[in-house]
Design a binder for this molecule. Structure first.
Ligand SMILES: [Zn+2]
Ligand SMILES: [Zn+2]
Ligand SMILES: [Zn+2]
Length: 228
């Protein structure tokens, strides 16, 4: 175990004894497993990992222990917009930011001194005293970019993607419907909203278009040139 983790474990044990937290031995097992996983981890991942090690704690116990770690400042919970809750180590004096892939949920960590300094400067310019911040970039990770099909139904596109309408399936009826809305093959669109259910909202020529999922399924799009 890395030096920093050994120190964390010591502090954790001391604080938990001091606060008279129950099941200390079991919680330390969960803590050790958590500290061994350097990545962002979901309670389910941690449970699976502990199972592999031969422990069978309930998911409630694992979540409760993770929450205690958060409460005492050893872990941090991230609510990214993909709806999955990740926990990660919170090491004193260390900070990083995140990029979240909207296709596969992969979380990439990054550090930028320039960005940190810029944020401080912006806050200062607004006479705002910054205490903390969160920087999250949403997009498509390197792996998903290479795996991404050239053509796909519009319904699978993610907010922010810039696309060209290439084709329509479903015969004349869908063509007529699309044209009556003012869209046609060859138009460039940007996805404004697509929540995975309900309508898809796109922008073309500074206009919003609201498309039902059925129609969005029939519109075949391609990533616009110049966008990767
Ligand atoms: Zn930052
Ligand atoms: Zn991805
Ligand atoms: Zn992180």
């Amino acid at each position: 175990m890395k030096q920093i983790h050994a120190i964390e474990r010591e502090q954790f044990e001391k604080l938990f004894r001091q606060e008279a937290i129950d099941c200390l031995e079991d919680r330390l097992v969960v803590l050790d497993a958590f500290l061994l996983n350097e990545d962002h981890i979901t309670p389910e991942d941690l449970e699976a990992y502990l199972k592999m090690q031969g422990y069978s704690f309930s998911s409630e116990f694992i979540v409760e222990t993770l929450e205690l770690m958060c409460r005492f400042g050893f872990a941090q919970k991230n609510h990214f917009q993909n709806g999955v809750q990740h926990y990660e180590h919170k090491h004193l004096g260390q900070h990083h930011d995140h990029m979240v892939c909207t296709k596969c949920g992969n979380v990439v960590e990054f550090e930028s001194h320039q960005l940190e300094e810029l944020q401080r400067r912006i806050a200062r310019d607004y006479n705002f005293y910054m205490l903390q911040h969160r920087m999250e970039i949403y997009g498509i990770c390197a792996r998903c970019q290479t795996e991404r099909a050239q053509k796909m139904p519009l319904v699978l596109a993610k907010p922010g993607e810039k696309l060209v309408i290439k084709d329509l399936i479903g015969g004349n009826a869908s063509r007529v419907r699309l044209m009556s809305m003012g869209l046609r093959v060859g138009d460039k669109v940007e996805i404004l909203n697509n929540f995975g259910k309900g309508q898809v909202v796109v922008v073309a020529d500074d206009q919003r278009y609201v498309l039902g999922r059925g129609l969005a399924q029939k519109i075949i799009v391609e990533v616009a040139n110049g966008e990767k």
